[in-house]
Design a protein around this ligand. Structure first.
Ligand code: AHG
Ligand code: MN
Ligand code: MN
Length: 341
């Protein structure tokens, strides 16, 4: 099918993928289309955030004890409302909700479980920096009945799709269904996401590292030595690396996906309530790990492949090292055998 000069829309791309995947029903395509509608609604709210009362906090806290921003709540509600009645969902799990969100009995259900970080980078909402939405789609284990936690607390390697929207200078959708990673840019005039980055591959090694250096004295010694090694003068190894940190995982991840590099959120001793770091396994690390591996990169907790980790609870946190494969394996050498650069 030619793209008639308009550019290939995400719907056309999905239908093409669907034709090439015998078992794929239209369900996934419909589900992703509803997520796209939700993202357009969130994008509209984000782009006028300074003008309407969507800034600031709701005054309540989420399960992590973090203040829920109004846009967090708006994004969460918008996504749930769009997908809950599609008939393709068995349940939703959200970073913003303590428990599994069941499909009301008046709606039909389907085989998919949707997991969302509805708004990633909340601390950046009020300062007009990149923010995003992360989603992960899994197939339920049981045929029917209410979804139980054991159907969700499973390895990330079982995800059937993962993606993110990034709201910034342009709004993009990046997703994978296990057949490569594709990027679509929203053409606001048309209201269509058009294929802009076909089959994204992350460079084997980058020259960018992304980490909150403010936590330096709370990291373990090997992490400090690894980050210090990136600052050494070693032109043969492209060092010193450049430091780039937005403070929005989706923004830092997306830049490194395109340019190469490593993003780190190590376990730190700063907050005893977060011994495993800040990022969530099911809602942030696992979906981005599927994407980065599909793009030829790697994602680890420093010792294990993220996609091999089985969660213990819905809101498990995990240290995250993700990006170019050679950078992640160099980091692992520092952690596992006191390796040097
Ligand atoms: P969220 O807004 O969904 O809670 O995610 C925020 C996360 C992630 O986006 C980012 O990488 C990290 O918080 C930044 O944390 P620090 O401010 O501690 O560096
Ligand atoms: Mn997040
Ligand atoms: Mn969030």
């Amino acid at each position: 099918m030619t793209d008639r000069g308009l550019g290939i829309t995400v719907t056309e791309h999905l239908l093409r993928e669907q034709r090439e995947t015998p078992y794929a029903t239209g369900a996934f395509t419909q589900l992703l289309n509803e997520l796209i509608v939700a993202a357009k609604i969130i994008h509209r709210q984000v782009s006028k955030a300074g003008l309407v009362d969507i800034f600031g906090s709701t005054g309540s806290e989420n399960v992590y004890g973090e203040e829920i921003q109004k846009l967090d709540e708006f994004a969460n509600r918008t996504i749930i409302r769009r997908v809950i009645h599609t008939g393709h969902i068995a349940a939703i799990a959200s970073e913003e909700d303590a428990d599994i969100i069941e499909v009301p009995h008046q709606y039909p259900t389907g085989p998919y479980i949707l997991l969302i970080d509805p708004l990633d980078g909340s601390s950046n909402i009020d300062v007009n920096a990149n923010i995003g939405t992360i989603f992960s789609i899994r197939r339920r284990i049981k045929e029917s009945g209410p979804v139980t936690l054991d159907e969700i607390l499973r390895k990330g390697s079982e995800q059937i799709a993962a993606g993110y929207f990034i709201y910034g200078s342009s709004t993009m959708l990046v997703y994978t269904t296990g057949k490569g990673v594709h990027g679509f840019t929203l053409n606001p005039a048309l209201g269509e996401f058009l294929l802009s980055h076909r089959n994204i591959k992350i460079p084997k090694r980058g020259k960018i590292y992304s980490v909150n250096e403010g936590n330096y004295y709370y990291w373990s010694e090997p992490i400090r030595r690894y980050v210090d090694s990136l600052k050494e003068k070693d032109p043969a190894k492209g060092k010193p690396y450049t430091s780039r940190y937005i403070g929005t995982l989706v923004g830092d991840f997306h830049r490194n996906l395109l340019k190469g590099g490593i993003f780190m959120y190590p376990a730190d001793t700063k907050d005893p309530k977060k011994p495993r770091g800040k990022l969530r396994l099911l809602f942030e690390a696992a979906p981005l790990a599927m994407i980065v591996e599909q793009a030829g990169g790697a994602a680890s907790d420093g010792h294990r492949r993220i996609l091999d980790i089985e969660p213990e609870t819905l809101h498990d946190r995990v240290p995250l090292f993700i990006g170019s494969s050679e950078d992640v394996s160099e980091l692992e050498r520092f952690l596992n055998d006191g390796g040097s650069s």
